[in-house]
Design a protein around this ligand. Structure first.
Ligand SMILES: [Zn+2]
Length: 300
C-alpha cells in the first residue's frame, strides 16, 4: 500500500472517532441560540431536534427496547428508507437497528462516537444455512466462510450478503443519507464487495462502497454489525455540525473547505490515536504514540 493510501487509511481511522484538529465542540446555550441539530463532532458533541427511529417499521426493528434510537431526522428517515427498500426487493427479513444516539446526544457508552446523531449500528442480515431469513440473533461474528455461530440457539447462521449489499447500496445511493462511512470488518467488506462485483454492479456504486467501507482499528472489528456515519449537510454545518474525515464525491455540497481544514497532520493523528477511550480522561494522555500508530498500520 502506497504512502497516500496509507495516509488515507490512517485518516479514516481517525475519522471513525471523529478525531480532528478542530476546537472544542460547541454546545447550545443562551449565548449560542443558533446551534441546533447535530452539534460538534461524532466523538465530542451533542444533539438537539432529534427524531427517534420508530420501534418497528417496514423492514426494520429496534434490536433492544431502549432510548438509543435518536438521530438527525434526515438520517433516521434514510435508515428507514434503506431498510424498506431491502424488504421490498427481498421480502422476509428484518433489519435490526442497534444504537444511534440518545435524545440529547452526548456520551453513549460503550461507544466513542454516537454523540451527535450521525452514527448508527446496523446488525447484519443473517439466514439459516438453507437461506431462510432469521430475526437478528444479536451481535454474532461473521467468519471468512460467511458463517457465524449463534450461541443463543446453538447453530451456525449464514451472512445474508445479498440483502446486506442491497442495504449498503441503498444507503450509498440515497442523496439525503449522505453516508460517509460504512465501518465493517475486512471480512464483511470483502464478502459484500465480491458479491457486488460478481453481480456486475456499476463502477460508481462499487467505488462508493470501496471508499466508504472500512474496518476501523482501534474501534472494534465490526464483524457483527456495520456502523454507518452520515456527513453534516451544509445547513447542519451552519447550525454547528462539524464535518470530519474526507469529503466524498457522492455527497453533494459536503463543505469540502471545512473538511480539509479539519484534516489533522500526521503528528496530530498519532497523538489523537494514542489517547484513551475517553478523551476527557487526561491522565493517560502522555501515552506514547507509537503503539497506536503501529495498530493503525496493522489494518492494511
Ligand atoms: Zn457504532
Amino acid at each position: 500500500m502506497g504512502v497516500d493510501a496509507e495516509r488515507a487509511r490512517t485518516l479514516a481511522l481517525a475519522a471513525f472517532f471523529g478525531l480532528a484538529a478542530a476546537s472544542c465542540a460547541r454546545a447550545p446555550s443562551p449565548l449560542a441560540p443558533n446551534l441546533h441539530g447535530p452539534i460538534g463532532m461524532p466523538h465530542r458533541g451533542v444533539l438537539t431536534d432529534a427524531d427517534a427511529l420508530p420501534r418497528t417499521g417496514p423492514g426494520f426493528t429496534w434490536l433492544r427496547d431502549d432510548e438509543r434510537h435518536y438521530a438527525a431526522p434526515r438520517f433516521v428517515r434514510a435508515i428507514a428508507r434503506a431498510a424498506e427498500s431491502v424488504a421490498a426487493a427481498r421480502p422476509g427479513a428484518v433489519l435490526a437497528v442497534g444504537d444511534l444516539s440518545v435524545k440529547s446526544g452526548g456520551r453513549l457508552m460503550p461507544h466513542l462516537s454516537h454523540r451527535t446523531g450521525r452514527d448508527a449500528d446496523l446488525l447484519l442480515y443473517m439466514t439459516t444455512l438453507d437461506g431462510a431469513p432469521v430475526p437478528s440473533p444479536g451481535f454474532i461474528h461473521v467468519q471468512e466462510d460467511g458463517l457465524a455461530w449463534d450461541e443463543a440457539h446453538h447453530r451456525f447462521l449464514r451472512f445474508d450478503v445479498e440483502r446486506e449489499w442491497l442495504l449498503v447500496k441503498a444507503l450509498l445511493t440515497d442523496d439525503d443519507a449522505r453516508i460517509q462511512w460504512v465501518f465493517a470488518s475486512r471480512t464483511v467488506e470483502a464478502i459484500v464487495l465480491e458479491w457486488a462485483q460478481a453481480r456486475g454492479e456499476s463502477g460508481d456504486v462499487m467505488l462508493r462502497a470501496q471508499e466508504a467501507m472500512l474496518q476501523p482499528v482501534p474501534g472494534g472489528v465490526h464483524d457483527d454489525h456495520v456502523h454507518i456515519r452520515t456527513q453534516c449537510s451544509p445547513e447542519e454545518v451552519a447550525a454547528g455540525c462539524e464535518p470530519t474525515g474526507p469529503a466524498r464525491s457522492w455527497i453533494a455540497a459536503s463543505a469540502p473547505a471545512l473538511d480539509h481544514a479539519a484534516t489533522p497532520s500526521d503528528e496530530e493523528l498519532a497523538l489523537e490515536l494514542s489517547r484513551p477511550l475517553e478523551p476527557e480522561a487526561t491522565a493517560a494522555r502522555a501515552a506514547p504514540a507509537a503503539p497506536a500508530a503501529a495498530q493503525a498500520g496493522g489494518t492494511q
